[in-house]
Unconditional design. Structure first.
Length: 198
């Protein structure tokens, strides 16, 4: 009695797949360090803020242009072209970093209950929304630039929109000085917005 064994294409392909395993990478190499935004104005630990959810100020995640929908730092080379700064990576996307900075800064400076949209559970008669227009480096002036179009909606008052901007000089267009300058510019804008909201 003889048996016939047929090897299908799956078995033949197995050695090829195993050989490719050493050549293919499914994840990029992790950066040596990542940049974050650190608030200059912080809420005092242990201090409770209480209010009805409908009375809290809700700060929403800002909209961003496509060039900022990444954790890289854009460098404006000229009016029509940008590049991304080598070895510079944010720990999160700029929209969420800026939202967290605004929540912390506005809360610290106002003493009021300030929430993000998730914490508020969708109840937001008092809110701050807007667009993060610029969050990068201007190569022509060696400056970190943050531009935020904020929209303020308060109970019983008209809706108001205002543009806020901050620029900080950098010694070199490199990851560490760029991150520090952007952190300083973002804090400047956050304080301007906090004063406007209050």
């Amino acid at each position: 009695m003889m048996f016939s064994i047929k090897f299908g294409p799956r078995i033949v392909a197995l050695p090829l797949i195993l050989a490719l395993g050493g050549c293919v990478s499914f994840g990029g190499k992790a950066p040596a360090s990542m940049l974050v935004l650190t608030a200059d104005n912080v809420v005092t630990a242990g201090v409770a803020r209480t209010a009805l959810a409908t009375e809290a100020l809700v700060i929403q995640t800002p909209d961003v242009p496509r060039k900022l929908d990444t954790n890289r730092i854009p460098v404006q080379i000229n009016a029509s072209s940008i590049a991304y700064l080598k070895d510079a990576f944010w720990a999160d996307k700029p929209a969420r970093l800026m939202q967290s900075l605004l929540v912390e800064t506005v809360s610290a400076k106002s003493g009021n209950l300030v929430l993000n949209e998730i914490d508020a559970g969708g109840k937001a008669p008092r809110s701050l929304s807007g667009s993060l227009i610029e969050f990068g480096i201007d190569a022509s002036s060696n400056e970190a630039v943050v531009v935020y179009d904020a929209v303020k909606i308060m109970r019983g008052s008209v809706t108001e929109k205002r543009r806020f901007e901050a620029r900080k000089r950098i010694a070199a267009i490199e990851a560490a000085p760029a991150g520090a300058a952007l952190n300083s510019a973002a804090n400047d804008v956050a304080v301007q917005i906090a004063d406007w909201v209050n």
